[in-house]
Design a binder for this molecule. Structure first.
Ligand code: NAD
Length: 427
């Protein structure tokens, strides 16, 4: 028990997890009085699976009309969101939707989350990059088809801003779905690449939120309704269980996608990781990964995975107990002088086994890119400030130098990572 926790927990009002749970949605929405919805998905689900047609028919039988938008794309941009807003509003004409449903991975869920605001306000999504203010979103239901992002329980929607080649985050607790419906059967069609990239993202959410800043020291900026606010006894309970489930099921789900036990295990792992990081927040893994993504345009899961072992190595003193806990969960002998090194090496191996390069050189990053990578990572201040070390500037230098070489050195070549002239001002 942490007696000095400042616990602030915000989750979906309804969380449903079971094989075949998708069949429960139409009757549930009808019982709650909803009559007119938008289902946001992509062409794969609309054309290659029966799920969309099945749902629309079932909803109709329950007296709910549904317009399907199937223009979702991986890593949606603000441009796509604005086009989707215009397109859907033109199709609906006089009809006012009373809910938005997402079917898909993190990309479709984030697009749909943003649309809950723009369809009602009719404003461009960039208007909301500093908050949604008084523009109340439409009620939102999320049905994930990957086990990874847990956007179905989080307050954020991430969109690419093509004008600045950066990502913008819409962040508000009102953007959390009021129903998170997790049907593991949706994930059975996930190809191995998507399974691995999403699955390692789930494991990282569990691990990173387990070692993040404590709630009692978290800088909330006087926000009475914070999206993320540091780790607590509760978030750590979810984190531990999500890490255990990932350690047990991730490799198998990747190697054999027909193993339904592994798929179901990863569905739970992803949600539990989301219930941890969705309140505790994240730090340096995601902070540095955003910059790696800016340079390489690799997927969210891969850019996180490549940097994870090196970030954890940097925490070997300030989070020694937690890293021992994680080692124990992963089946490594704990409290030994070599435990933490073994853990980070084991994670490095796991990343490689999932077909993801486990150092920055192999990821296509050149030595000349390192100063830029460092400065961009430092500029993500929200995540940097939650990294529990005395000096984040030095820590980020060591992490990037080690990750470039693929080593765990106490004295990496810091000369590789000098400041570029950028200032650390953006979010
Ligand atoms: N809002 C949040 O809290 C949050 C957190 C983490 C990541 N994200 C965002 O999520 C996105 C990544 O999401 P993702 O990893 O779930 O992948 P994704 O949604 O980008 O999907 C990747 C590809 O896999 C396909 N796919 C998804 N599920 C499938 C299935 N069951 N069968 C067959 N194909 C399937 C999709 O059609 C797509 O082509 C990134 O844009 C990232 O920024 C958001």
């Amino acid at each position: 028990m942490n007696f000095d926790d400042h616990l602030f927990f915000c989750a979906p009002s309804r969380l449903i997890i079971r094989e075949g749970a998708r069949h429960d949605l139409a009757p549930l929405l009808a019982k709650l009085g909803y009559r007119s919805g938008i289902l946001v998905t992509d062409s794969y689900f609309a054309e290659q699976t029966a799920w969309v047609k099945e749902y629309v028919r079932a909803a109709q039988e329950c007296g709910i009309a549904t317009y399907v938008y199937s223009g979702g794309e991986p890593d949606p941009s603000t441009t796509l969101c604005d086009q989707a807003t215009q397109h859907i509003l033109a199709q609906l004409q006089e009809v006012t939707p009373d809910h938005v449903i997402a079917l898909g991975g993190g990309s479709n869920m984030d697009l749909a989350k943003a649309l809950t605001v723009t369809l009602r306000s009719k404003k461009p999504v960039a208007h909301y990059k500093d908050g949604i203010g008084n523009d109340e979103p439409l009620p939102f239901i999320a049905m994930p088809t990957t086990s990874g992002t847990a956007s179905e329980v989080t307050p954020g929607a991430i969109l690419i801003d093509p004008d600045n080649a950066t990502k913008i985050a819409l962040m508000d607790n009102r953007l959390r779905p009021f129903i998170a419906l997790v049907d593991p059967q949706f994930t059975y069609t996930c190809p191995p690449r998507v399974t691995a990239d999403a699955g390692i993202d789930a494991m990282i959410h569990g691990i990173e939120s387990y070692v993040t800043m404590d709630s009692n020291g978290f800088e909330r900026g006087n926000n009475p309704d914070p999206g993320y606010s540091g780790r607590t006894h509760l978030s750590k309970m979810f984190a531990r269980e999500s890490i255990r489930l990932c350690a047990q099921h991730l490799r198998q789900a990747y190697r054999n996608g027909t193993d339904t036990q592994a798929r179901i295990g990863m569905s739970y792992a992803s949600v539990f990781a989301g219930l941890s990081y969705g309140s505790a927040g994240l730090n340096a893994v995601h902070g540095i990964a955003y910059s790696i993504a800016g340079l390489t345009h690799e997927t969210h899961g891969r850019t996180n995975a490549v940097i994870l072992p090196y970030v954890l190595y940097e925490l070997r003193e300030t989070r020694a107990q937690e890293l021992n806990d994680i080692a124990g969960i992963c089946g490594i002998a704990t409290e030994q002088p070599e435990t933490i090194l073994q853990l980070v090496q084991e994670l490095q191996t796991l990343v490689g086994e999932l077909g993801i390069p486990n150092n920055l050189k192999d990821f296509g990053i050149s030595e000349a890119d390192l100063p830029r990578l460092y400065s961009d990572a430092m500029s993500v201040t929200r995540l940097r400030h939650a990294f529990p070390v005395p000096d984040t500037a030095d820590a980020y230098r060591r992490i990037i130098a080690n990750a470039w070489d693929g080593t765990f050195s106490d004295t990496p070549a810091l000369s590789l990572v000098q400041d570029s002239p950028l200032e650390y001002t953006s979010e």
